[in-house]
Unconditional design. Structure first.
Lengths: 491, 307
């Protein structure tokens, strides 16, 4: 059913009028048919059009390396649900319902996505179990440690979790609306803090959208340096995650070293651009500063040292029988459920899914130097840890090639003005998984709509499913193995 | 001098020593862990500072708590101190010499546990209830191991009074007892691999989660009681394994102190090198401790018959 949607390569722009337009029921059924053939739903959102709403569907056809786009005719009121057939649409449909009131008929659990109260202003109804042995544990939104707010409802039978329901939205700050209202110079800081630990990932997606709209590309050297920054972000966070996993099972050696080495990777990002999280450096059309001469040599040396450190810390982790006993067969998520939920990133690859934007929809330096998706089939905490370790290896190889082949040339091209009435999509494989940005310009070339899909948006249900029939005491460990973002989800 | 003055003075002196020195043991453990992890770590006296700080703080009472919330920690602290006074600290039987005090010792520790668990259940928090349930589930197994170990010691020493049963320690079963009692020490004091005293994750905590609603001086009492219990088990382990009977009281006390500090270092090393167990595997390790102590008991019984 790919004939009913525009097929593009990532990142790409298309005139709004050229996006295939269908009655809303057809859009739902045709999207369902495409998902049936193995496509993934990257975004499903509403664009206000007078009193009506236009639904936009963005799908990834990984095998064909293409992105499909379609939209509905302006619509108001109920519509058939996509979730009834494809659970991966569940959060998207709840979001559209919450924002525009388009009720998906047949959605199995149409509760608020980001609102803290129900539709009638009362408390949200949670799923609950009956029975003498069943007890309910409510955690958050205020936690015992300094972490982001989220609410977790466990239906337990003794120490066993029968169902976990996750209610988010406490970090909702209206980022997408703020983006549209912000003066141009204020948009970059907004984008770079959509998820504070993924500044480069979201920044790259934003740059990709603008470059696709403007019909230009960043110069080669900038493309390579961007890939270096994106991989540093991955290294820092994967290393931090391995340390945090070790810390959760009270395994001190790896925890101590990884905490330090994560800082080394962040400092390398600071050496590149002056900010440990890579802020204020990316721009549409390139990057603002170069990495050359002594700073480049210094970077290569420090990168080697940090990679050696994290490898030895990882070796301790895998050599410890007591750690393996905790990681193995804990929080198992089957590949089938991962596919149904449309999981992305390391969480999906740990359940045997090969999806990786760097390999499936490469652009920039990744189009010239392929990266292989790192996969484990077991789906448990051990697998999610193993995928991170493998990705650190793969990134290490990639960066060795990348830094050795840095092309010469300018860093920042002349940015073009945005064309009127165009839609652009950019996919980036951030360290957590696929980041999808969709930008739509209006009649005067101004931003009309901007949609962000953080990988956490798709992955949170994966955590809830992984907890089924697990010990409640293993929740923090499972949670850490996914390490999802609250603010990236809540926007 | 009046006849009763001397034992009273001696008991008071030992109570003060227990109270004053106990917070050193967690300090030694933390320092060891920090050293192995390549950190400088908190000062050895950190717990003293913490206690002083908590003592000056105001108490925040849960609006749904009953007097049990305060009574629990108080009962637990007094019970643990009572148990400490039963343990002899030098060769001169300088513990309260009661017949069968080993049994009283076990019951005092159980009373302390009851106090802490009851205070935890008092606020009706789901977390604290879970923590209390876990604490008493561990206790079911660790108490058996402890009682078996004490039985082995009393068979060996020919007395059920803690003041006398260590007289001839260092028997054949010592190696077995050392292993068994060390595991009991880790379990009773909620150390890795049974619990993680450093975690802030309320769903996995055991001991820490039970005290979430306590603050100020009551929390200080709980923390001090925990360090006291750790010190008791360290001393008990040393007394059970190291023969101190032939030395002068001063040497014996010095050796005991050094060895107890060594136990702290040992706990720090064990905590640094292994991960925490999943809850479902805890019974396995505690049963192992029980078996070690049981074999120690069998060795003593059989050894006695051969003698």
């Amino acid at each position: 059913m790919t004939n009913v949607r525009a097929l593009l390569c990532n990142p790409a722009a298309i005139a709004w009028d050229a996006v295939p337009c269908r009655p809303v029921a057809d859009l739902v059924s045709e999207t369902a048919a495409a998902l049936q053939t193995g496509a993934r739903l990257c975004a499903w959102f509403g664009v206000p059009d007078g009193a009506n709403t236009v639904l936009v569907a963005v799908l990834a056809f990984d095998a064909q390396h293409q992105v499909g786009i379609a939209r509905s005719e302006p619509h108001r009121g109920p519509l058939p649900s996509l979730t009834a057939q494809h659970p991966q649409a569940q959060a998207f449909e709840r979001e559209v319902f919450e924002q525009y009131g388009l009720e998906p008929l047949g959605h199995p659990w149409l509760k608020p996505l980001r609102r803290v109260t129900g539709a009638d202003g009362g408390p949200i109804a949670f799923y609950s179990l009956g029975g003498g042995e069943v007890h309910e544990v409510a955690v958050g939104p205020v936690h015992a440690g300094i972490i982001e707010p989220g609410h977790f409802r466990f239906q337990c039978e003794g120490e066993l979790v029968r169902n976990l329901e996750i209610a988010l939205g406490y970090q909702h700050r209206g980022a997408e609306a703020a983006f549209l209202a912000a003066p141009p110079a204020a948009r970059w800081p907004l984008i770079e803090t959509l998820a504070g630990d993924t500044s480069i990932g979201h920044g790259l997606a934003y740059a990709g959208v603008q470059e696709a709209l403007g019909g230009f590309q960043a110069p080669p050297r900038a493309q390579y340096l961007r890939a270096y920054a994106l991989e540093l972000e991955r290294l820092a966070n994967h290393t931090g995650d391995l340390g945090a996993l070790a810390n959760d099972v009270a395994f001190a050696p790896t925890s101590a070293v990884c905490g330090k080495v994560r800082g080394d990777f962040l400092n390398l990002t600071a050496l590149l651009c002056g900010n440990r999280f890579g802020r204020h450096w990316l721009r549409a059309g390139g990057v603002r500063w170069d990495l050359a001469g002594d700073r480049l040599r210094d970077s290569v040396e420090r990168l080697h040292a940090a990679l050696a450190d994290v490898e030895s810390a990882a070796r301790w982790l895998w050599a410890s029988g007591s750690v393996r006993a905790r990681f193995d067969v804990t929080g198992t998520l089957s590949g089938e459920i991962a596919a149904q939920l449309g999981l992305v990133g390391p969480a999906a690859r740990a359940s045997g899914r090969t999806t990786d934007v760097r390999a499936d929809h490469p652009w920039g330096a990744y189009a010239e130097m392929p990266v292989a998706p790192q996969v484990d089939r077991h789906g448990d905490v051990a697998a999610r840890a193993a995928v991170r370790r493998l990705e650190i290896h793969e990134t290490s190889d990639f960066l060795a090639r990348l830094l050795h082949n840095l092309p010469d040339g300018p860093l920042l091209g002349e940015p073009a003005t945005l064309p009127a009435d165009h839609l652009a999509v950019a996919l980036v494989e951030g360290w957590r998984g696929q980041i999808c940005h969709v930008g739509l310009t209006g009649r005067a070339g101004q931003w009309r709509h901007y949609k962000v899909v953080d990988p956490s948006f798709l992955n949170w249900p994966g955590l809830a499913m992984a907890l089924r029939d697990q010990a409640i005491s293993d929740f923090p460990l499972c949670n850490k193995s996914f390490n999802l973002s609250y603010c990236g989800h809540d926007l | 001098m009046i006849a009763w003055a001397e034992p009273v003075a001696s008991t008071l002196l030992r109570a003060i020593a227990w109270i004053a020195l106990a917070p050193l043991v967690p300090g030694i453990i933390h320092r060891t862990k920090a050293w192995i992890a390549g950190r400088r770590g908190p000062p050895i006296l950190q717990l003293y500072y913490d206690l002083a700080r908590l003592w000056r703080k105001e108490v925040v009472w849960s609006s749904v708590a009953s007097p049990m919330h305060l009574l629990g920690p108080a009962v637990a602290w007094v019970a643990v101190l009572g148990a400490a006074l039963l343990v002899p600290t030098d060769a001169a039987h300088a513990g309260l010499d009661l017949p069968g005090s080993a049994i009283l010792f076990v019951y005092l520790l159980a009373l302390a546990r009851f106090g802490t668990a009851a205070a935890a259940m008092d606020t009706g928090s789901a977390f604290e209830g879970m923590g209390a349930a876990r604490e008493v589930s561990y206790a079911v197994l660790s108490e058996v191991a402890l009682v078996t170990g004490l039985l082995a010691l009393s068979v060996h020493g020919g007395s059920a009074s803690l003041a006398h049963m260590f007289d001839a320690s260092g028997g054949v079963g010592s190696a077995l007892l050392a292993g068994g009692l060390f595991v009991v020490l880790l379990a009773e004091n909620c150390r890795v691999p049974f619990d993680d005293p450093n975690t802030h994750l309320e769903l996995t905590m055991v001991h820490e989660v039970m005290v979430l609603d306590h603050s100020g001086p009551p929390l200080a009492v709980i923390l001090h009681g925990a360090s006291l219990k750790l010190a008791i088990f360290s001393v008990l382990l040393v007394k059970a394994v190291v023969p101190l009977g032939q030395h002068s009281p001063l040497v014996a006390v010095a050796v005991l102190g050094a060895a107890a500090a060594g136990v702290g270092v040992g706990v720090g090393i064990a905590e640094s090198l292994m991960a925490r167990l999943a809850f479902r595997r805890v019974p396995l390790l505690l049963t192992t401790a029980f078996l070690l102590n049981l074999f120690a008991l069998l060795v003593e019984v059989e050894g006695g018959r051969l003698r």
